[in-house]
Design a protein around this ligand. Sequence first.
Ligand code: AP5
Length: 222
Amino acid sequence: AGKEPLRIMISGAPASGKGTQCELIVAKYGLTHISAGDLLRAEVAAGTDAGNKAQEYMQEGKLVPNEIVVMMVKNALLQAVDQSGGWLLDGYPRSLSQAEALDALGIRPQLFILLDVPDEILVQRSVGRRYDPVTGKIYHLIYAPPETPEIAARLTQRLDDTEEKVKLRLQTHEANVAAVIGSYKDVIKHVDGNRPKAEVFAEIDKLLLELQEGETEEVGAT
Ligand code: AP5
């Protein structure tokens, strides 16, 4: 049988490793990665009206209103479907209403990965996180240090990566996660994200290979 383009959602608390795993998934499977947080940060950086409004919510660790997020993600997703059919949706949906908006478009994943990581680890991961503005790669001062002094010198930090802000983001996540999970019960897989990133990826890779080869039972068809 031909390989079907994969339709994957990845979710988990702030700093649970979604972006890190998405880098690895994209490198191997070439899916179109759509990150709601990245799309929002691009709007903020561009200084658009939507970006300015979004920033107020992001700084408080709250969900950005649907009027900004839903259309933005929808456009990116429909473009991915048009181009390759395969997509990797990261950090979306984050509420029941966002899940319903996707259902209305007939968009369902074959697999919903939920990364499980204890709260105290999430805070350490978040405050030590850095980004390379040149390559977009995610680093951590302790767990994933930059390869060269040159890269180290240009790393940037996200404004919402302070201990105080992470705690607010965690509260938002905890208030919404159950409703989102409820929408994807038939395709959800919990993955222990509190292991080295290669180990976490090995498990995800196995799930994706099974899906691609159609070895798993037909999920999501009910
Ligand atoms: P978003 O950008 O999605 O942030 P988040 O959910 O808080 O997730 P993060 O990006 O912080 O973490 P991650 O899970 O990708 O972890 P990473 O791989 O970087 O959203 C930001 C804001 O935008 C939200 O607060 C909200 O305001 C708004 N927003 C977004 N989506 C929205 C939506 N749908 N609706 C409304 N508003 C929305 O890893 C973290 C660190 O840990 C890194 O330093 C990494 O190197 C390290 N690390 C990763 N894996 C491991 C490992 N296995 N072991 C050790 N260290 C690791």
